[in-house]
Write a protein that binds this ligand. Structure first.
Ligand SMILES: Nc1ncnc2c1ncn2[C@@H]1O[C@H](COP(=O)(O)OP(=O)(O)OP(=O)(O)O)[C@@H](O)[C@H]1O
Ligand SMILES: [Mg+2]
Length: 357
């Protein structure tokens, strides 16, 4: 059964077309992440699901019920925003209890639910404090607590972690994932952070310019991107894109470098392509040749250590490519070295349509 079904959804703000015909079905219990660059329509889509924006066309069903014209409070949803929006003069306890009191839930039941949520989120000792006496991460937990006590069918999150520093964001990401495992509820989570999308999602919906660019399991999108946009959006550092021409069964870069054609691609002689190589699929050349890899001589340009890994820039095919090596593969700018590129995992893109071949 699907908890959410969106059909042919459009949203106009005046003459601006923000959501351009979205169809989406979310099965019960799934963690769906809406991801995409700033301004692509993620919040608009989420707010339309919540009923905070009115759809211009199309249909929204929640739990099998058409709610396209229903008020937010009649939609069986709970929402967590980026700016936690806590009531400053109410204690943590009362902030969490607020929605339940408004719904006239019995005091005993409220107490049980608030305490259970506080336990799950590790904020039980803070229940009597005011929001201003909390850290940013603690406030965010209260905002999440307020949503989970609602026991709604659908949980909606709009960039709930973007105000937190990197360390706290990592911790809270784990908390949210754990919460989903414990509650087993359907969650729709908006972020522009591809790491959050990859780590949290059962399924990613990658939006671009008000439309779904690609939808699937995180690894599907990562390993089988349908377009250059998807290939470039997911993965860090970003995938390398090199202009090339197919010549005599090889991919020839603009500087004349010949690389073997990745197997199974339908290309014709003389065809212009864009070769896509992930930084993780380039290795420092070792003692023996690796199957499917091609060996290329390069000069190191720039070295960025990140701790366990190191990101290394080097010129290839008329551009600067980036590779990710293990930190012990020490190199220095100006050094000549050889790399192994895994051509089996490289992709070819049609430069006109920007779709993967
Ligand atoms: N109330 C509004 N009136 C007019 N235009 C709007 C309104 N709200 C959003 N927009 C426009 O609609 C587009 C989509 O906005 P939206 O907030 O959904 O983007 P987003 O994907 O959530 O971006 P971000 O990652 O920056 O939050 C943007 O171009 C935005 O300027
Ligand atoms: Mg937004």
């Amino acid at each position: 059964m699907s908890d959410l079904k969106i059909s042919g959804l459009h949203k106009h703000y005046g003459s601006f077309h923000a959501v351009k015909g979205i169809d989406l079905e979310v099965p019960s219990g799934e963690f769906t992440v809406l991801v995409g660059p700033s301004g692509c329509g993620k919040s608009t889509l989420l707010r339309t699901i919540a009923g905070l924006e009115e759809a211009s066309a199309g249909r929204v069903e929640i739990g099998g019920k058409d709610v396209t014209w229903a008020r937010p409070r009649d939609r069986d949803i709970a929402m967590v925003f980026q700016n936690y929006a806590l009531y400053p003069y109410l204690s943590v306890y009362e902030n969490i209890a607020f929605g339940l009191r408004a719904r006239k839930v019995a005091a005993g039941a409220i107490d049980k639910r608030v305490k259970r949520a506080a336990d799950m989120l590790g904020i039980a000792p803070l229940l009597q404090r005011l929001p201003r006496e909390l850290s940013g991460g603690q406030r965010q937990r209260v905002a999440i607590g307020r949503a989970i006590v609602r026991d709604a069918l659908l949980f909606l999150f709009d960039e709930p972690l973007s105000n937190l520093d990197a360390q706290l964001r990592d911790d809270m990401r784990v908390e949210i994932k754990r919460l989903h495992q414990e509650l087993g509820r359907t969650m729709i989570y908006v972020t522009h952070d591809q790491i959050e999308a990859m780590t949290l999602a059962d399924r990613i919906v990658l939006l671009r310019d008000g439309q779904v660019e690609q939808l699937g399991a995180p690894l599907d999108l990562f390993e089988r991107p349908a377009t250059r946009f998807v290939a470039g959006f997911l993965g860090s550092p970003k995938m390398n894109f090199l202009a090339a021409t197919v010549t005599e069964g090889a991919v020839v870069l603009s500087d004349g470098t010949r690389l073997p054609l990745p197997p199974g691609r339908k290309v014709r002689e003389g065809q212009a392509v864009i070769l896509g190589i992930r930084p993780q699929h380039i290795a420092m050349a070792g003692a023996g040749a690796l199957p499917g890899h091609v060996r290329v001589a390069v000069v190191i340009e720039l070295v960025q250590p990140t701790g366990s890994r190191v990101h290394v820039n080097m010129p290839l095919g008329g551009t600067s490519i980036i590779a990710e090596f293990a930190a012990h593969d020490v190199t220095a700018p100006g050094e000549r070295t050889t790399i192994d590129i895994d051509m089996n995992r490289a992709i070819l893109i049609d430069p006109q349509s920007e779709t993967v071949i």
